[in-house]
Design a protein around this ligand. Structure first.
Ligand SMILES: Cc1ncc(COP(=O)(O)O)c(C=O)c1O
Length: 403
């Protein structure tokens, strides 16, 4: 698509898309079938051998996961396996359990349900499902801007000074959803230095090892928090949803010894063990850090060309209309309409058959006050469809400017 085309030509191209009645979808950050194919060996790796880590994986027990699964999760989160709890297939579910444990029981101090109000800081644009979960649980959210290497520290400081109900923060520290940014050492150190009783920073590290080449390195979060004497403030989450299979992988949470004791005390009332069979499947395939890295490199080979295509198409837009992030890994590109045209672009796209993440979803309560942000999720679709979808998207950006 050439942005120098006159508007009547662009309108014609838009109409052509509309008439084709083709449905395109850049909604969710899901892996493509080609990515999932790389984990097909999970189906056959057990071969009747159910003993892993000297444990019969078919039985109850090991709520916190097999030692080898905790080691694997430790590679992903860069955390001591002793601090890791592997259970279930979804980090979101573990997050939900963790929040429930804090609401009903707290971490040995006050349970959040006994407080008048609990507020969380939410770096934005952020992950819609975090915001939906916090809203559902009655936790108030306050947006804090992300500034390219993590959240704006001055805003956090001001808010903490004036609002005692702030009990935590939730963020994605690497290849953030959707901005793609990776937090700097300065930010992590400042976050680890927040001195507030019972304050919890939830790092949902869903894209911890999802690098293209030359990705920015995430500082050693656990080490920094331990050095600053604030391990109890640190909650880290992750999963293999975007390493192996989405919805059938392994989910994990990393907690300080105190937090682990409280969390296990809570969680053990709801389950008699973990799915060790699935854990064995994973630890046999990802049996070394090297095996994990090689697998992620294969995934990057599939994903990176899709990001390159998105950038190629967006680069054709005239200057001054929009800006977008250029992540070096992860699953998303965050697009900002500089003219506050997000709702117009969104409507035009939807009317011509291109589905996008719901408008405002990247902000708490679905409210993008500047009407600018749109999350682009290019991984699931094939290159050809992505190319069409981005052509249509760019046409809509241009048309929104005109209307
Ligand atoms: C930041 C973030 N956290 C969690 C998830 C979902 O992870 P899981 O499948 O482990 O629940 C996603 C999926 O898009 C995500 O982007």
């Amino acid at each position: 698509m050439n942005s120098s085309k006159d508007i009547s030509k662009i309108k014609k191209e838009y109409q052509k898309f509309k008439n084709s009645k083709k449905l395109l979808d850049l909604t969710r950050g899901r892996p493509s079938s080609e990515q999932l194919d790389l984990s097909d060996n999970l189906e056959t790796v057990i071969k009747g051998d159910f003993i892993q880590d000297k444990v019969d994986t078919r039985n109850y027990g090991l709520l916190e996961g097999l030692p080898s699964a905790r080691k694997l999760a430790g590679w992903v989160l860069n955390s001591d396996p002793a601090n890791i709890f592997v259970n279930g297939t979804s980090s979101l579910t573990l997050l939900g359990h963790y929040l429930h444990s804090m609401i009903f029981h707290g971490d040995g101090q006050v349970a959040w349900k006994d407080l008048d109000k609990v507020t969380f800081l939410c770096p934005v644009p952020g992950y819609d499902r975090h915001f939906a979960m916090l809203e559902k649980l009655g936790i108030k959210m306050i947006s804090v801007p992300l500034v390219g290497d993590g959240p704006d520290l001055d805003s956090i400081e001001n808010l903490l000074e004036t609002d005692e109900t702030i009990k935590g923060m939730i963020c994605v520290p690497k290849h953030s959803n959707p901005t793609g940014e990776t937090f700097s050492k300065e930010k992590i150190e400042a976050l680890a230095s927040i001195n507030r009783d019972g304050f919890k920073i939830i790092f949902d590290n869903a894209y911890a090892v999802h690098d293209f080449n030359n990705s920015k390195k995430l500082p050693d979060i656990e080490k920094i928090f331990i050095e600053k004497n604030s391990h109890d403030s640190l909650i880290m989450l992750g999963s293999t949803s975007k390493i192996s299979l989405a919805g059938s992988g392994l989910a994990f949470i990393s907690l300080s010894p105190n937090n682990m004791e409280n969390f296990v005390n809570y969680f053990s009332k709801f389950s008699l063990g973990s799915d060790k069979l699935n854990q064995a499947r994973h630890t046999r395939i990802f049996n070394s850090k090297k095996a994990l890295t090689e697998h992620m490199q294969k995934l990057a080979k599939i994903i990176k060309p899709k990001f390159d295509l998105v950038f190629e198409k967006l680069n054709e837009l005239p200057d001054g209309l929009a800006k977008w992030t250029k992540p070096s890994g992860g699953y998303f590109v965050s697009f900002d309409s500089l003219k506050g045209n997000a709702s117009k672009i969104h409507k035009l796209c939807e009317e011509a058959g291109l589905k996008l993440t719901p408008l405002g979803a990247t902000f708490p309560y679905g409210k993008d006050l500047e009407n600018k942000n749109i999350r682009i999720a290019p991984t699931q679709v094939e290159l050809e469809e992505l190319s069409e979808a981005m052509d249509l998207f760019c046409i809509c950006v241009l048309l929104a400017e005109e209307s």
